[in-house]
Design a protein around this ligand. Sequence first.
Ligand code: SF4
Length: 456
Amino acid sequence: MGMLARAGAELTPEAENADVIVVNTCSFIGTAQQESIDTILEMARHKSGGKAKRLVVAGCLVERFHDEIRKNIPEVDAVIGTGELENILAAAGIAQQDAPSPFNILKSDTVTSRAEGDHRKEQGRFARDAWDGAVGDLPRYLYDDHTPRILTTPRSSAYIKIAEGCDHPCTFCIIPQLRGQFRSRRFESVISEAERLAQSGVREITLIGQDTTCYGEDLGLKDGLPQLLEKLAGIEDLRWIRFLYAYPNKITGRLLETIAAHENICSYIDVPLQHASPSVLKRMKRGGGADIFLRTIEKMRREIPGVTLRSSFIVGFPGETEREFEELCTFVKEAEFDWMGAFGYSDQEGAAAFDQHEKLPAREIERRRKSLMSIQKKVSRAQKKSLVGREFDLLLEGPSSESDLLLEGRTPMHAPEIDGKVFVNDYPEGDDPQDGQFYRCRITAAHDYDLVASII
Ligand code: SF4
């Protein structure tokens, strides 16, 4: 969007008003692929019976089904993989003679060590030859602080991607084939972007990447993420800094100390554990198990008092026995996560687990998913209840999507978009609370996942 706007395009979120429609797609599980395809077909109608002259498909679905999209959906004029962002101008039919190149290809000579070593490549981890219609080359694109950006988040909040790609060998996952090998953005580039965002009014930064805890390993940095967090914490205007998607065995003592030591780093850790049964985790090629994870959780809670923990799990992995599933359920009861998501296993060609036998029926996978979520619902209900009467900082986001009579916001316990909500139903008389501002609030009621608060 930044590149398009800089080249003179006017952006509109209304498809019916657009001359060029760009569908940015996801592709890592079946439901995401289906949603992407449905959206492309829906947008294609604006071309056949509406104003749109060009339809462009971008993102991960293109990495997976490059040729097939062109072949099967003739309304699509151009496709752009995750490594071809610069092509957006040509795809949209915009001349780019004067635009400076925003294209930043990672130079291989900057890589001193890789998060998981090069043997993943030797094992064929990044091979995409078997995909019918996919392009062979892995994406290598990585944006930097000079790449033009347009934020679509509320003005006080922004995501910063600090690394791209992944070298881990998880057998259910095709993200490394879609996003390429792990590569970190330069330290100074991230800081410079964060400073600029802070100057423009951003107060909350969420660091993302497929694996944020490996940040800097490919650049030869030790403790890359803690160092980055420390430096970001020094940017005065940033009130809330957090990172998502930690890898379990990369949560170091130094990382926990860094979070605990800085007031503007949220006491919040998101660590997708995927399962708790050692035998399933072994088949997932992730390692660990309930005992190790419980010790890590205990350490996180000891080192960062009041820490908010989020995790996610996959149920119905090939061969998951009733007993292995029970191990996961017992673990979720004991771990008492503040936030938890459960996903049904999605069989993806190109992932190692695709060739494993003993696939579970879809209905059984869904039964297990619901059963795990009902355990978490009870955990969540009790936890949210225990917050009633306590005070927190709240970032006000605006009118509630549930009712015009309510406002909505988040506390440091709530990452943007993914966690429950805080409904605000009361504030001091004469006050006029503003979106994007911070307020002190008191929790007055609790639901299973959401909270009700008064601004005080
Ligand atoms: S760490 Fe995450 S992105 Fe990387 S292979 Fe595993 S599940 Fe996929």
